[in-house]
Design a protein around this ligand. Structure first.
Ligand SMILES: *[C@@H]1O[C@H](CO)[C@@H](O)[C@H](O)[C@H]1NC(C)=O
Ligand SMILES: *[C@@H]1O[C@H](CO)[C@@H](O)[C@H](O)[C@H]1NC(C)=O
Ligand SMILES: *[C@@H]1O[C@H](CO)[C@@H](O)[C@H](O)[C@H]1NC(C)=O
Ligand SMILES: *[C@@H]1O[C@H](CO)[C@@H](O)[C@H](O)[C@H]1NC(C)=O
Ligand SMILES: *[C@@H]1O[C@H](CO)[C@@H](O)[C@H](O)[C@H]1NC(C)=O
Length: 593
């Protein structure tokens, strides 16, 4: 973890001034260590009472019971509550900028969404650490900053929730009061992960009351079945296809993961909050840093996914993803079969995102190179920006033997087509056979004269930092992986939710939605034989539809996308309208499966 010597520059004033600068003589920013010795012990857990300042209601300092473990700082009203999981809040220390005022024994944690002000209690009856003890605590806190990095994958902050309906798994859509949309995911039947942005809110409320206020969209925390063990010999399939475009080669379903390319495009929005932040950032160079980091974050989920490939959508297949909790809606459609082209579009109040993508997959004997074509677009309404960038080349190594791993390399150039004030170039560094450069990215934001204004570095599977190593700030960090992800195709939590089909959604979707695709569903349920049978049937149906079109000298017309002047596929903005009125059940669709 890089040192964090400067406050997170994420707020709308990106001039670099901050609350800390004005009274530097008293506030000190806690720095992490770079290059943690491998032998370093994980710090012990720490717990006890601290004072926490609250803004509303009952403004002032309140005693709270804190527990710091594995880099996560949780707190509750009492120690007993904490044990029961009745948390008031939860802070990922590694993602925060921490500053301290040693004399006054104050700790200030800026998580970006919230600023926590904490103070050691100097009340003798409760707990009064000596100054030395306090230094020890602080030292441990800073060790945590380094450990968090390693621990993040395994530990998540989860908050116990009294499940109102723990037997059935279906979506419960309520509506939030006030301006906050407090829709969030429940990790599984009995637990909810609480976004930090609302932890301040929890502090003011008894947890039991929340279920009456908060909108709860329950999403599944795991796939219904782990991935079946595969006995397919890839070599037998691939040896006759060296150097060919593999999108034309039929592959057995056992090589697939239960998601398709349209859903993979939606996965690129997992970290859409970076665009939310960009839409609030006045400074164009800083804004570019967020957009660039968003572009990099799209690759994070691929790290654990080298083992299998997504399903190829059939022509006319669609996929929607409505995420009120994240503030965006997404649609995608397979608009061309040969060559396969997937188009997608996502709207939010903070951004618009669209792209059309086709890939050329080339097998080179040991590895498969995936060369993407097409451009990704993002617009930010607040500034009239229109960003464009290309994807880099991906390569799956060791495709036939043992440990498959994925690498991305090449240059990504981001420009704002509406202004030449700044641009960004990101290099996905090609690894030199397992050297330390594996998965590294580096980039620069330059002004119209080519002068470097900001630099970023990091790993696409891990985190992105801004600035130079001694004083860099973390801009983004990949979410921790679910436990047992290896048995579940290496899916992130977001990916697990992609293909979920619940009873409230079912009647609203068009019949062409990927969630209804039987082969993919059967694979998800752990039935690869059934899936293979369905896959062949679906491919046969596609060939028949193609023949009918050819016989009638017709070409396929996509439903929700049209070709724009510059030959890219853009949404024709009809999907959500038609979904609402008259509803897809009243519209004719081709039978895809
Ligand atoms: C949900 O979380 C509980 C509490 O930790 C755990 O016991 C249970 O196995 C989890 N259920 C699933 C389906 O993951
Ligand atoms: C837009 O971004 C802001 C700031 O990050 C966020 O609070 C808000 O929820 C976002 N709005 C939507 C609709 O996503
Ligand atoms: C994003 O920009 C648009 C246009 O200025 C604005 O309407 C919207 O509220 C912005 N989002 C936030 C959260 O500021
Ligand atoms: C990112 O990739 C590197 C190189 O493979 C690996 O050492 C590291 O553990 C990965 N990070 C995460 C968070 O998975
Ligand atoms: C949207 O595109 C489809 C397919 O091209 C077409 O049938 C439909 O009329 C279009 N709608 C609008 C409003 O352009």
């Amino acid at each position: 973890v890089a040192k964090m010597t400067s406050p997170s520059p994420t707020h709308s004033d990106s001039s670099g001034s901050s609350k800390h600068d004005s009274n530097q003589d008293s506030w000190e920013i806690v720095e992490g260590l770079r290059g943690v010795p491998a032998s370093m012990q994980e710090p012990d857990r720490q717990e006890g009472l601290l004072l926490k300042r609250r803004k509303w209601p009952m403004k002032g300092w309140h005693k709270r019971y804190f527990l710091l473990e594995k880099g996560i700082l949780k707190y509750a009203k009492h120690g007993a509550d904490l044990k029961k999981g009745k948390l008031h809040g939860c802070i990922d220390v590694g993602l925060s900028v921490m500053s301290i005022k040693k004399k006054a024994m104050c700790i200030d944690l800026d998580t970006e969404d919230n600023i926590y002000h904490l103070k050691v209690i100097l009340d003798a009856q409760i707990y009064e650490p000596s100054s030395a003890e306090f230094s020890v605590i602080l030292c441990r806190l800073s060790l945590f900053l380094d450990n968090v990095h390693k621990c993040l994958n395994t530990y998540r902050c989860l908050l116990s929730f009294p499940a109102s309906d723990s037997h059935k798994r279906h979506s419960q859509q309520l509506s939030a009061t006030g301006s906050h949309s407090l829709v969030h995911q429940v990790s599984n039947e009995s637990r909810a992960s609480i976004p930090e942005s609302i932890s301040e809110f929890f502090d003011a409320q008894e947890l039991r009351l929340i279920s009456s206020v908060v909108t709860l969209a329950r999403r599944r925390s795991t796939l219904p079945s782990p991935c079946p063990t595969s006995s397919v010999s890839l070599w037998n399939i691939l040896r006759n296809n060296i150097g060919k475009d593999l999108s034309k080669v039929a592959m057995p379903v056992q090589l697939n993961e239960p998601l398709n390319t349209l859903q993979r495009l939606c996965e690129e929005l997992e970290y859409s909050e970076l665009l939310d932040t960009a839409n609030q950032t006045q400074d164009p160079y800083q804004r570019m840093v967020y957009v660039a980091t968003f572009a990099i974050s799209a690759y994070a989920s691929t790290y654990h996914r080298a083992g299998s490939k997504p399903f190829n959508p059939v022509l006319g297949e669609t996929y929607e993803c409505d995420r009120p909790d994240k503030g965006f809606r997404f649609i995608a459609e397979q608009v061309s079969h040969h060559p396969p082209v997937s188009a997608c579009h996502s709207d939010s109040r903070n951004f618009t995102f669209w792209q059309d993508v086709r890939w050329k997959n080339k097998f080179w004997g040991k590895s498969m190179e995936i060369v993407p074509m097409g451009t990704t677009h993002v617009t930010l309404p607040a500034f009239g920006d229109h960003y464009e960038w290309n994807k880099v080349t991906s390569c799956i190594h060791n495709i036939l033997s043992g440990q498959r791993w994925i690498e991305h390399y090449g240059e990504m150039a981001i420009k704002n087509v509406n202004s030449d004030a700044c641009q960004c170039k990101i290099t996905f560094v090609k690894a030199k056979s397992w050297s330390s450069t594996v998965n590294e990215i580096e980039g620069v934001v330059t002004d119209s004269n080519g002068k470097v204004v900001h630099s970023i570095f990091g790993k696409w599977n891990e985190s992105v930092f801004q600035g130079d190593p001694p004083s860099a700030t973390c801009i983004w960090r990949a979410n921790p992986m679910p436990v047992d992800q290896e048995q579940y195709y290496g899916f992130t939590q977001f990916a697990v939710e992609m293909n979920e089909l619940d009873s409230t959604l079912r009647p609203l979707l068009p019949p062409t939605d990927t969630r209804f695709r039987p082969d993919q569903r059967l694979l998800e349920e752990g039935n690869p034989e059934g899936a293979e049978e369905q896959k062949q049937r679906i491919e046969q149906l596609q060939r028949e539809r193609k023949r009918v079109l050819q016989d009638n000298s017709m070409t396929h017309q996509p439903r929700f996308f049209k070709k724009s002047k510059d030959d890219t596929w853009v949404s024709n903005n009809t999907y959500w309208e038609l979904r609402r009125d008259p509803g897809f059940s009243k519209i004719d669709f081709p039978v895809l499966w």
